[in-house]
Ligand binder design. Structure first.
Ligand code: C2O
Length: 470
């Protein structure tokens, strides 16, 4: 309560400074979502980028002049009127439109294999808009590599990258508004993410388990491996690091892209696609995956259709690459030198055998305006919030809501089909029981210290859960 009052006062104070108005902090009521779908226009086809290659670097290694240019680009983006389709709000509304926010009637790109390629195409467009606003065809978005372990000379990966902190660029006064700041954040300079939820071990584990196209990218009705874990945690944590409740901007999909951190966060998710390819090679992309189509506004204010194929052909169609983070992790090293796939173990349940034992959660539904943190336990029916991360914890899910709490608009439910790949140890145990083991889902909340050990009221439903071998 106290922090809410403080946040409101802070937002009011910021709103009083006219140059900060465009930063998303008008007096309450908050900027409404409005009807976020583009109103009109016939989309042309994306011709493929013909500019110079752009190199996306870690936010932690940008030079002062690169940070200055990044701030200038966002400053100019914020200065465009909302009616300009390139503007900060119009671009954020594209995310709202595709997350089934507001009154959108199209499918949610977060619940299917659209997740990876849609965000790649979306980031591409914003990168080109920002680059044109600073007249630099080589301008590239930075990535926030929260999974890079700190080294003595390169630290702070679990905190908000410093350029994004502080409403003014130092030194005030007079202070220039920091265009990378967003007052709708619950985080402070000292807030630190839970390493178990987003650190290297967690990300490596996901990349190692999801070693097939379908398990990593998802399917037409199955979420991508990266959707429910660290990705969701970073969203919820930025909005409210203490409770991980649904809070705009980042903690709610329909407002998330109003926060400049969104783009750095998603550039890291996007980079993990490359790391995955480094580990396993370029997959045989499903033709239906490649044929997916979306519409965006480009730097010339034109509606443009981009595809899954544009995303899958990043180098030739989109013309950018990723520079290695400051401390190369074992994972990045693996990506640089593809390891020999370990002889896959085979598990058998009933008449089916395969290399993966998978927990399937069908139609996991959370109210569209609530977040959920769910722990999935295998063969531990007595698990509670106090159980924590023991050996039977198969996964930790962070569900980001689509809508701002209490907003009346829209009628979508937030529903996912998830596949959770079990570790070889749990897989062997489950196979030995011929798949007949209980699957227990425990909703947890954060304690005031950010530990995920407080019980949460159940706010989810699962239509069917079962174990398969694939
Ligand atoms: Cu489109 Cu991280 O959300």
């Amino acid at each position: 309560m106290r922090s809410t009052v403080f946040a409101v006062l802070l937002c009011l104070a910021l709103a009083a400074a006219p140059q900060l108005r465009a930063q998303g902090c008008p007096p309450p009521p908050n900027i409404p979502v409005g009807d976020c779908a583009p109103k009109a226009g016939t989309a042309g086809n994306f011709a493929g980028d013909s500019g110079p290659m752009r190199l996306r670097k870690s936010i932690y290694v940008l030079s002062p002049s690169e940070i200055k240019e990044l701030r200038l680009a966002f400053e100019r983006l914020r200065a465009l009127p909302n009616s300009d389709p390139r503007s900060w709000m119009a671009q954020a509304n594209v995310h709202c439109w595709y997350c089934a926010g507001d009154n959108s009637t199209i499918g949610d790109v977060h619940v299917t294999w659209a997740f990876m390629p849609w965000h790649r195409d979306y980031l591409y467009m914003l990168e080109k808009i920002l680059g044109s606003l600073v007249n630099n065809p080589q301008f590239a978005l930075p990535y926030w590599d929260w999974n890079t372990p700190d080294t003595p000379t390169c630290t702070g990966h679990l905190k908000v990258p410093p350029p994004y902190l502080g409403k003014d660029v130092p030194p005030p006064p007079p202070g220039i508004a920091n265009s990378l700041f967003d007052c709708y954040r619950g985080i402070s300079t000292t807030s630190t993410m839970n390493v178990a939820s987003v650190g290297k071990a967690r990300v490596d584990d996901i990349l190692k388990k999801a070693n097939t196209f379908a398990l990593f990218f998802g399917g037409p009705n199955v979420s991508a491996a990266l959707w429910p874990g660290p990705h969701g945690y970073v969203h919820l944590w930025t909005g409210d690091p203490v409770t991980l409740a649904a809070k705009q901007d980042m903690g709610v999909l329909e407002t998330a892209a109003r926060d400049p951190l969104f783009w750095a966060h998603h550039a890291n998710i996007d980079r993990l696609w490359d790391v995955w390819i480094g580990m396993y090679g370029t997959p045989a992309y499903d033709p239906t995956f490649l044929a997916q189509k979306w519409t965006f506004w480009n730097e010339n204010q034109k509606l443009i259709t981009m595809t899954g194929s544009d995303a899958a052909n990043r180098t030739s169609r989109l013309r950018y690459a990723y520079a290695a983070p400051c401390s190369q992790t074992a994972m990045e090293a693996e990506a640089a030198a593809p390891r020999k796939a370990p002889a896959a173990r085979t598990f058998k349940i009933g008449a089916t055998s395969g290399a993966h034992v998978v927990v399937n959660l069908e139609q996991l539904t959370v109210p569209a305006d609530q977040s959920a943190v769910l722990r999935v336990y295998i063969d531990e029916p007595g698990a509670t919030a106090a159980t924590g991360a023991d050996s039977r914890l198969a996964d930790e899910l962070f569900i980001v809501p689509g809508k701002t709490p209490g907003s009346g608009h829209g009628g979508h439910q937030h529903t996912f089909n998830l596949k959770i790949v079990l570790s070889p140890e749990l897989a062997a145990e489950v196979a030995a029981a011929n798949g007949k083991v209980p699957i227990t889902i425990v909703p947890v909340a954060a304690t005031p210290r950010g530990q995920l050990t407080a019980p949460a009221p159940p706010n989810f439903k699962v239509k069917r859960s079962y174990i398969s071998v694939e």
